[in-house]
Each structure stands twice: as C-alpha cells, then as structure tokens.
Design a protein around this ligand. Structure first.
Ligand code: SF4
Length: 235
C-alpha cells in the first residue's frame, strides 16, 4: 500500500517526526524509510510542462516510481525525508489532500469538455468545486465525484457527494463511500442547474460540518434519517 502512514505502530519520537513530515505533505512508505509526495492536480488535468516538472523532480531526487492515484494525482514515490522540502520547492505545486479529515479529492470525468457522451460540464463544475472545497477541514474524510453522464466514470455513487450529468441537468447523490463499509449514495435532487448544484453543495457541507460527529456523511445521514436530512437541506 502506498499511503501506509496512518496505521503504523510509531514510538513517540518517531510519531513526532512523522507528524512533522505529514505536515509537509509526505506519506511514509512500506519500507518505513522513504516517502511519497503527491502534488494537487485539480481534476487530474495537467499541461505537458507540469508533467515534465513532476518527472524532473522524481529523477532529481531518485524516486523509485511514479504512481497515478485513484484521486487523479501523480504520487512521486520513494523520496528520502531529507529531500522533501527541496522537492516541493522544485515542484512549485501545492500538496494534494491525500490524508486527514478534510475534503480529500474532487474526482472529475472528462464530461462535455472532452467526452462525446458528456451531458453536462463535469470539468467546469468539478474544477470550481475543487477550488472551493479541496482541503477544507471537515468532521471526517470527504470525497466528491463529478461525472458528465450516467456512465459515472468518476464513481459518484460511492462518494460523499456525487454528481451525475443528465440531459435536463445534474443529479445529486449524497452519502456514498467505498472502503470497509461500502455504501451507495442516495439521490437528493435532480434536474439541477450548475448554480443550484453549487448552492446545494454549500448547504450540505456546512450542515455536515456543523452537525456531524466524527463520521462519514453517509453514516451521519443514516443516524439522523434521510428525510430529516433532505428537509434540512432543501427547505
Ligand atoms: S461519465 Fe460519461 S461523460 Fe464522463 S467520461 Fe464517462 S462516459 Fe464520458
């Protein structure tokens, strides 16, 4: 597993050192000696110069490999801890929120920008959501998926918030997750315009932030009941 830091059995000194390093956006690897760094690449969309810079940094600091992650990032794997600061400086990019209690990722499919099946602008809406929410602290980890059509290539049904582009607008799902306790998102609203999507998502995130305990959105909705949640958000 690439991002193995959370479950290691740290001693106190090692824990402090690892926390410091985590704050630098680096994640300890299975060898317990090297780290991965994964710059934020909104929507997985990057120009050739950015891609070349990532490859140059990987070579310069003797990274073992590059890994394309499920969150549409590129992790540079196998960095020596002493090189982490310099590698970030050379990259000139922000770290992706790969761990921690926050909005981890906004996964975006190619949508109407690139895909012939696209019904809605997943890239435009997804990048805006990324700009608004990526890294925002929340009660638990939080993922968003934005797909331009019902084929659901960005896996919206297993994200805390999922958007699916339909012919008449967006369908919005809430409460999905994968992992140990997989859960399918439930439809909260449909036929939404882009503006309605932004407004509803803002309400959902603020309501979750203000009322949830340390739990995924799906667990929170189950606890208070979907009808109550729906009423609170849509009222
Ligand atoms: S979800 Fe639809 S629009 Fe998006 S990449 Fe897949 S097929 Fe294309």
């Amino acid at each position: 597993m690439l991002f193995a830091g959370k479950n290691r059995g740290y001693g106190t000194g090692e824990l402090n050192m690892s926390k410091d390093i985590l704050e630098k956006g680096a994640i300890v690897q299975r060898d317990k000696e090297t780290y991965a760094i994964a710059p934020h690449i909104a929507g997985g969309i990057i120009d050739p110069a950015g891609l070349r810079r990532i490859a140059d940094v990987a070579e310069k600091y003797n990274a073992k490999v590059l890994k394309i992650t499920s969150a549409q990032r590129i992790a540079i794997v196998g960095i020596d801890p002493k090189d982490i600061d310099d590698a970030w400086k050379d990259l000139g990019m922000k770290p992706g929120a790969a761990i921690g209690l926050c909005v981890r990722s906004v996964k975006i499919c190619p949508g109407t920008t690139f895909c012939k099946r696209g019904q809605q602008d997943s890239v435009g809406v997804g990048l805006k959501l990324d700009e608004l929410y990526h890294g925002m602290p929340l009660p638990w980890k939080f993922k968003i998926g934005v797909s331009g059509c019902a084929n659901s290539c960005a896996e919206p049904a297993v994200k805390d918030i999922g958007l699916i582009g339909m012919s008449k607008g967006w369908r919005l799902l809430v409460g999905g997750s994968s992992g140990v306790k997989p859960r399918l998102g439930v439809m909260l609203a449909e036929n939404l315009s882009d503006e309605e999507v932004f407004s509803l998502i803002d309400k959902i995130i603020n309501y979750y932030k203000d009322h949830a305990k340390k739990q995924r959105l799906g667990e929170f909705i189950e606890e208070i009941g979907f009808e109550k949640f729906k009423h609170e958000i849509l009222a």
